[in-house]
Write a protein that binds this ligand. Sequence first.
Ligand SMILES: [Zn+2]
Ligand SMILES: [Zn+2]
Length: 291
Amino acid sequence: MIIEWSDPGVEAVREGVETYAERYPEYADALRLYGAIMEVQQSALESISCPLEPLSPEEVESRLLSGEPLLDPGAVDIDGPAYRRVLADVCSAVVENAPEAFTLGEELLAWEGLSDERLPETRDLVLEGRDIDFKPAKNLSERDRKLVTDLLWEGLAPFYRVCGRILASKMEQSIWQRGYCPVCGGAPLIGLYQEEDGLWVVECSLCHTGWNVQRAACPFCTGSQGSLEYIYIEDDKTRRANYCRACKKYVKTVDSRDSGEALLLPLEDIVTADLDLAARDEGLTPATGRS
Ligand SMILES: [Zn+2]
Ligand SMILES: [Zn+2]
């Protein structure tokens, strides 16, 4: 079984954002902001190439069988000038949509942590969720620190996406049923039930590869018995958080099989923020990547 997982492209993102903003006016600002970042990422995919040597089919199979993702994010050579260009576009997209919210763009782009020499180290810190030593003139608030780290992450995503779409194109998915991404080991962002076959497919938060997981047993731990449970909000069973009673991890999932709605999963993640709050109230935590 091979999961077909295509990139939406700039146009579909632009149209999708407007559709979502009409459907969810309370999230319109957040949707337009993130949509502008997605447009930058989609357009960057055209000009970035994957620096990895292709893996042989035997190597792919043996890695998947042993639970080893196909790439080590720390071993991917990120092209410094290309990364700084993408990040500059990401920053411009934020400033255009939320000028008040982000005033650190210039300082960030001039930060020496993004130099060719230091980029690998900064990349590792961002991917591991650790503090970076970016010190602008004004003290960084907690909110700004989180925003800066998020933007650095969003700038990295297309570099992993170009590798992910090559690596995943020939990946036999039935031998991988784990809770972390088979390509990069990342955490699932959010999932859906596929229209044609009802398969549960989750999308990676870093390389945006889609992979199939089973509902019959927990993909995040070995201590569970029986299938995942779910919570939902106010009768809307089409958006739910699937969780494991044993390890308390959850992944949000959209079931639009009967609605014919075109989904953009990263936007679904934004409009289901209430579901995250409800899940946290239940003592659940978002699924993590490979530890
Ligand atoms: Zn991934
Ligand atoms: Zn579990």
